[in-house]
Design a protein around this ligand. Structure first.
Ligand SMILES: [Zn+2]
Length: 455
């Protein structure tokens, strides 16, 4: 029996195909642990350089593990997809990771949100991101590190502010208000107009400029790149590059529970049915699997966050058991985490999983009370809205170029972290080059005006 994990890839793929999985080709590559850490931190194998990626180090280090196991998972959906395995992993680890990656590859090829975003961004994001990084290196040569960093500070501080319901390549807003509906086109009026040229101009009022934006605009990256009064074209390109990468990351974010659950369901199922895996490796892999889908981290006294692997895995197991493969695949195609949790997390299941104890109070404490399933579902989802960021839109661009942002605190029900918001405003003001303001509420929900660049 072979001890090389790569020999198991084609056999796992064949089994997966037989069980109905359908994916674009994936390249598997074993890389040193240090490289794994680096790509986990940057989010992509080669990405634009920026100090904030260093600040994400700890967070990503925890997040990119498979659930609460020690295994890293790093897979980039696309066509082909790219999967990286830590070369320090044992045979059983890598068999598990390979099976898990096939589940992700099936998910990202078939889930509609993934498809829509990938069709717009291109299926070659890894290559795209690398070309963004090269462009930024050229920018640094031409304009200097400080100038480029300033633009990246601003763009990356707004990376969650995209609107994936709009196309990636958007047109500017119409410049003029639509003409008023022309008067009734009857014969009498036609003759009357023909008789009097002055009357004609009265019937066709001069064109009126439309306000910018015509409605609250959520895509701050696009708006600033498109309407900033004095931004240079290389600066706009950086904003649009960051925006494109956000379009790529959004589906990963918005389907995390169902996607990790799906991959975990399939790695468990493939392992169970893979009679070619040696017994010892099988036992090790199953042990690893139970770490991945453990409800809470060992040693944590109070778990305030649910392990998405555990939640997703349990929901998918139930769906497969009750409704079968075709129904499960239909849900996988259509849902995102919001509809998935609302449609499939039943009261019974939540109570079985002990989820009711996770409900948080405003002060962050856990409480156990009457088991309200709707409230539980929403408390699992609330942090996921709007890419996990407070909902801030462009409200107005004034004649003097002042940019007025508005935090819709009533929609997202949370305050801004004032210090962070001040930093972001300063970053944005440096590229907008005119005053920038935001109306918001603080943590205590008191109304607050922040401004940068006012004379
Ligand atoms: Zn995964």
């Amino acid at each position: 029996m072979s001890e090389n994990w790569a020999d198991y890839v084609p056999r796992l793929e064949e089994l997966a195909r037989r069980l109905g999985l359908d994916w674009s080709p994936v390249t598997f590559e074993a890389v040193p642990d240090s490289f794994m850490t680096e790509i986990a931190v940057y989010g992509l194998p080669v990405r634009m350089p920026h100090w904030s990626f260093g600040a994400r180090y700890i967070y990503q280090l925890v997040q990119r593990h498979m659930g609460y196991s020690r295994l890293f998972e790093v897979v980039f959906p696309g066509n082909p997809g790219h999967a990286y395995l830590a070369s320090s992993n044992g045979l059983a680890d890598n068999i598990l990771v390979t099976a898990h990656v096939l589940g992700h590859a099936d998910f990202s090829r078939n889930n509609l949100l993934f498809r829509r975003c990938q069709e717009q961004v291109s299926e070659h994001i890894v290559e795209h991101a690398a070309s963004h990084a090269r462009q930024i290196e050229r920018d640094i040569e031409s304009h200097g590190t400080a100038a480029v960093e300033q633009v990246l500070d601003a763009a990356l501080s707004l990376e969650q502010y995209v609107d994936v319901d709009q196309p990636l390549r958007r047109e500017r807003y119409p410049e003029y208000l639509e003409k008023p509906v022309p008067p009734v086109d009857d014969e009498f009026r036609a003759r009357y107009v023909a008789l009097d040229a002055a009357a004609e101009s009265a019937w066709q009022p001069r064109k009126q400029r439309a306000p910018v934006p015509p409605h609250p605009e959520r895509d701050l990256l696009w708006f600033i790149a498109t309407y900033a009064p004095e931004m240079e074209s290389w600066e706009r390109d950086i904003f649009l590059a960051v925006r494109e990468e956000s379009f790529y990351f959004y589906p990963v974010y918005a389907t995390q529970i169902m996607n990790e659950g799906w991959a975990s369901y399939w790695h468990a199922r493939l392992l169970r049915e893979a009679d070619f895996v040696p017994q010892a490796a099988y036992v090790d892999a199953i042990k690893c699997h139970s770490d991945v889908v453990r409800p809470i981290a060992a040693g944590e006294q109070v778990a305030l966050s649910v392990n998405p692997y555990h939640l997703g895995f349990t929901l998918w197991e139930q769906i497969f058991k009750e409704a079968g493969l075709p129904t499960a695949r239909a849900a996988m195609r259509q849902d995102d985490d919001f509809s998935f949790v609302r449609n499939h997390l039943t009261r019974e299941l939540a109570s079985q999983m002990g989820l009711f104890q996770y409900r948080r109070q405003d002060n962050g404490q856990v409480r156990v009370q009457a088991e309200d399933i709707d409230e539980l579902r929403e408390s699992l989802l609330i942090d996921k809205y709007n890419f996990g960021a407070p909902r801030v839109s462009v409200a107005e661009m004034r004649n003097d170029g002042t940019l007025v942002l508005e935090h819709q605190s009533r929609i997202d029900g949370r305050g801004l972290e004032v210090e962070r918001a001040r930093h972001v405003l300063e970053y944005v003001q440096r590229v907008w080059r005119r005053p920038v303001r935001v109306q918001t509420v603080d943590a205590a929900l008191q109304t607050l005006q922040l401004a940068a660049g006012d004379s």
